[in-house]
Design a protein around this ligand. Structure first.
Ligand SMILES: Nc1ncnc2c1ncn2[C@@H]1O[C@H](COP(=O)(O)OP(=O)(O)OP(=O)(O)O)[C@@H](O)[C@H]1O
Ligand code: SF4
Ligand SMILES: [Mg+2]
Length: 346
């Protein structure tokens, strides 16, 4: 029996814009097993949200899935009619979006919004659904839920709204929960509470969770496996230990150095990766990180394949190729320097 709940295979998504085709996702393959929590990390614009939306069949024009396959519980779900999707989305897969205010209706009471969702997906009566809504709010740590269900979204703080969104997503007992930056808009204390909540709910519900964030610190707290994205591609994938202690990709290593380090009282030290992500309207042919990579070499003008480092650990970087390693050792290939100098490096 396979352990795969979700399998994404060579997914490609483009946005047809006035300036041309924005190739936001360029051949992403990933999987999420039953009952596991996977972090999807990468800088802004790396294609995390677009991948998540494609998984939920929420890509709308001018966006389009141009290739690849997505299997959920063993069945291909790409191109399913919307009528079928309505049975999956919100039911078997649910998503919590970055800004809870945009996903809650400001003129409807929280209880009404929650009961609508619960009734639609679980077929409960009004009273039963309200009871369930109150119970879910209690589970996500909202005090006095009986009173809270009668209130409107603006009467909730940002952290509380995010809890409501998580409660709504979980009220239908999904097998897969995708949480897209559920803590980014929140302050640090509330962030920690939401992460604890996710951990707790995970233990209770056995749902698989894909947690999208650009914060590797968050991933270390909650996830068992990590997928690192850049320029619409997966750069590296592995367990939390693979990624934090045995990373084999310069981009991941750059991200690790850009985690804020506490230096005494409230001061943080950040080493951002210099430069900016590739232009997805005209993406580079070779390694997408080439322009910013401290190890770039002429070879990197060719798109690297994913090299297997160990079980479940793979990295898309030429430095993992044995022939390249031998050439670096004998001096016929030189590392170091941005790819713009690449020709001079050979
Ligand atoms: N509706 C859209 N129209 C045109 N381009 C889009 C649209 N949505 C996303 N894109 C493009 O897709 C690319 C990937 O965006 P995506 O939102 O997936 O990034 P992300 O990794 O989630 O970043 P962030 O951390 O900022 O949320 C970006 O270049 C973005 O401009
Ligand atoms: S060494 Fe080359 S292939 Fe590896 S990340 Fe740097 S530019 Fe990409
Ligand atoms: Mg995003």
């Amino acid at each position: 029996m396979t352990n795969r709940l979700l399998e994404v295979d060579n997914l490609q998504v483009s946005f047809h814009t006035r300036d041309g085709e924005n190739k936001a996702v360029r051949g992403v393959s990933l999987h999420i097993d039953y009952e596991e929590t996977v972090g999807i990390v990468g800088e802004s614009g790396s294609g995390k949200s677009v991948t998540a939306k494609a998984i939920m069949a929420l890509i709308q024009p001018p966006g389009e899935i141009t290739g690849g396959d997505i299997r959920f519980a063993g069945e291909s779900v790409i191109g399913l009619p919307e009528s079928k999707w309505r049975k999956i989305r919100g039911n078997r897969m649910a998503m919590v979006f970055q800004d809870p205010m945009t996903s809650l209706n400001p003129v409807k009471r929280i209880g009404q919004q929650m009961t609508e969702v619960i009734r639609r997906h679980r077929g409960l009566g009004r009273t039963e659904a309200l009871k369930e809504a109150i119970e879910m709010l209690r589970q996500v740590g909202i005090p006095e839920p009986e009173k809270r269900v009668r209130q409107y979204p603006h009467e909730f703080s940002g952290g509380m709204r995010q809890r409501v969104m998580i409660a709504m997503a979980l009220s239908c007992r999904p097998e897969l929960l995708i949480a897209d930056e559920p803590t980014t808009a929140l302050d640090v204390t509330i962030q920690a509470q939401i992460l604890d909540l996710l951990k707790e709910l995970k233990a209770k519900t056995n749902a698989s969770i894909a947690l999208i964030t650009h914060d590797l610190g968050v991933v270390a707290q909650v996830c068992s496996r990590v997928i690192v994205m850049y320029g619409g591609m997966v750069m590296e994938e592995g367990t939390v230990d693979d990624i934090f202690y045995r990373s084999k990709h310069p981009y991941t290593q750059g991200l690790l150095h850009s985690i804020p380090q506490r230096e005494g009282k409230g001061r943080t030290r950040l080493v951002p990766i210099e430069g900016s992500p590739p232009d997805l309207l005209d993406p580079p042919q070779g390694c997408p990180f080439r322009d910013r990579c401290p190890h770039a070499m002429t070879k990197c003008a060719e798109l690297p394949p994913h090299f297997t480092i160990g079980e479940g650990h793979r990295s898309m970087c030429w430095l993992n190729d044995e022939t390249v390693q031998a050439q670096i050792r004998n001096g016929s290939l030189k590392e170091g320097g941005a790819a713009s100098d690449g020709e001079a490096l050979s």
